[in-house]
Write a protein that binds this ligand. Structure first.
Ligand SMILES: [Zn+2]
Length: 485
């Protein structure tokens, strides 16, 4: 039976190796036991091995095979003689601690002074205990490793889902921007065409009138030239009618001298003064269409695109919170399938953090709480335990204004508010440790102010346990210059 080798399948092929599998460790103990303890020890070992293997490793076929073989060997294997000392031929009944060797009584008697000995029974118990502790540790480690393995698999799967969703949302957002730009382009081209239509129509009208005038003048000039070419008598005979035609006036009742004096004089003066009227602003206002074009489009875009100072981090969201696509709104709604329990995620309540923490300066953000019946907003310390927490308090690393059961509390202090805020402003001055909650929709009326000391990075904190209403981070109304940063 010495050196009993049990085939254990692929994972643990031999017993007693330095890198024994967990279950092999039992077998190693057993072999040592057999070597020193004889038949009684062997039976003890086999009982131990069998029980251990059956109870601890029944899940694997390999280990079942081992246990069956152990049982078979127990019943059929011949019992070898007890091992004896190779020098003295006496039973090995002592265990020498210095070199961890089994020795006989004679060896013990002749050992160097100071050597320590245990009886075989005591040594067996001691060494067995050591290995059992090791085994228990390894089993716990195996359990932890299996759990981590499961989480990693879950996280790998989740990242694929995240990529698909995020890819879709990025495309959607760009489509919206492209649609906006396309509409803006069409609107500006239409404005150009409209101006072209108006101005070209006006110019065509002016050209038409001028053509008419040119024709009329040419006709009159020719008529006068022709008249001037006529003989004295006929010239004088036709003079009156020619004058009337030119000036478009009747000379009846007037003497020819009068016509010459007033009408002709006035006509010549007016004709000289009457310059063709060339209008200003008749050309296309190119500057209006092209000047700061990109800037003005961007300015308009900023007007229609929401900006929030805080964006939610979905990787911190409790599995009972769902978020809007733009990560500005949270609502209580269990997610299926639940996301993996990664370290950043809150496990105990319907909580989530803003995506960016800070450890200096002042920050402020508004949250539309509306008719939500159970909510909290504030900040949380980065190191706060996200898996096991019992209450919302500064002692647990969370400083928030909470509304629940129609009661407002900050940390552990109850507030008596005379009206329900619809939009809460959270202002945090990390450097001075001053934190203020105010009613953003009501003249920024201060609801509560707290003085404390921040020692580490803090993150915006949100909690919502209302199935009907969500919490919405309010968009900022910022100037273009600020928006550029
Ligand atoms: Zn001996």
């Amino acid at each position: 039976m010495r050196g009993m080798h049990l085939p254990v399948g692929g994972a643990c092929t031999t017993v007693g190796g330095a890198d024994l599998a967990v279950d092999g460790a039992y077998l190693d103990v057993g072999r040592a036991c057999l070597e020193v303890g004889g038949a009684s020890r062997r039976r003890q070992f086999l009982t131990l091995s069998k029980a251990s293997l059956l109870s601890e490793c029944a899940e694997t076929q390999a280990c079942l095979a081992v246990s069956k073989m152990a049982a078979t060997q127990e019943s059929t294997a011949p019992v070898p003689p007890d091992p004896v000392c190779s020098r003295h031929g006496d039973p090995l009944c002592w265990y020498r601690l210095e070199d961890e060797q089994l020795v006989c009584e004679s060896c013990k008697a002749s050992s160097k002074e100071g050597h320590r000995f245990w009886t075989v029974t005591h040594a067996f118990e001691e060494r067995k205990t050591v290995l059992e502790i090791t085994l228990q540790t390894l089993r716990e480690k195996l359990g932890g490793s299996r759990k981590a393995h499961g989480l990693f698999v879950e996280m790998a799967h989740h990242t694929k889902t995240q990529v698909q969703q995020t890819e879709r949302l990025i495309k959607d957002e760009f489509e919206k921007l492209q649609k906006f730009l396309q509409e803006e382009k069409e609107s500006r081209l239409a404005a150009l065409k409209r101006e072209e239509g108006q101005k070209s129509q006006k110019l065509m009208q002016m050209i038409k009138e001028m053509t008419k005038e040119i024709s009329s003048l040419s006709h009159t000039i020719k008529a006068i030239e022709k008249h001037l070419e006529s003989e004295d008598i006929s010239f004088l005979q036709n003079y009156k009618s020619t004058i009337e035609k030119i000036h478009g006036v009747k000379t009846r009742g007037k003497k020819p001298g009068q016509i010459h004096n007033d009408v002709v004089e006035k006509f010549c003066k007016a004709t000289k003064e009457k310059e063709p009227e060339v209008p200003t602003g008749a050309l296309i206002d190119v500057a209006k269409h092209l000047g700061n074009l990109k800037y003005s489009v961007w300015e308009k875009m900023v007007g229609v695109v929401n900006y929030t100072l805080v964006t939610l981090d979905p990787n911190t969201a409790s599995r009972c919170l769902s978020l809007s696509d733009d990560l500005t709104s949270l609502s209580y709604s269990p997610i299926n399938p639940p996301p993996p329990d990664n370290p950043e995620r809150f496990a105990s309540a319907a909580e989530i953090l803003g995506s960016e923490g800070f450890s200096s300066g002042r920050r402020s953000w508004d949250v539309e709480v509306g008719a939500n019946t159970d909510w909290a907003v504030g900040v949380v310390r980065e190191s706060t335990n996200r898996k096991k927490r019992t209450k919302l308090s500064s002692a647990e690393g969370i400083l928030a204004l909470r509304f629940s059961n129609d009661t407002y509390t900050v940390d552990t202090t109850q507030l008596s508010l005379w009206r329900k805020p619809q939009k809460v402003r959270v202002e945090v001055d990390w450097s001075t440790g001053r934190m203020t909650f105010s009613d953003a929709a009501f003249n920024s009326h201060i609801l509560s102010t707290i003085e404390l000391t921040f020692k580490e990075k803090v993150f915006p904190y949100f909690y919502s346990f209302c199935e009907e209403r969500s919490l919405q981070i309010a968009p900022e109304t910022r100037s273009i210059a600020e928006g550029a940063h």
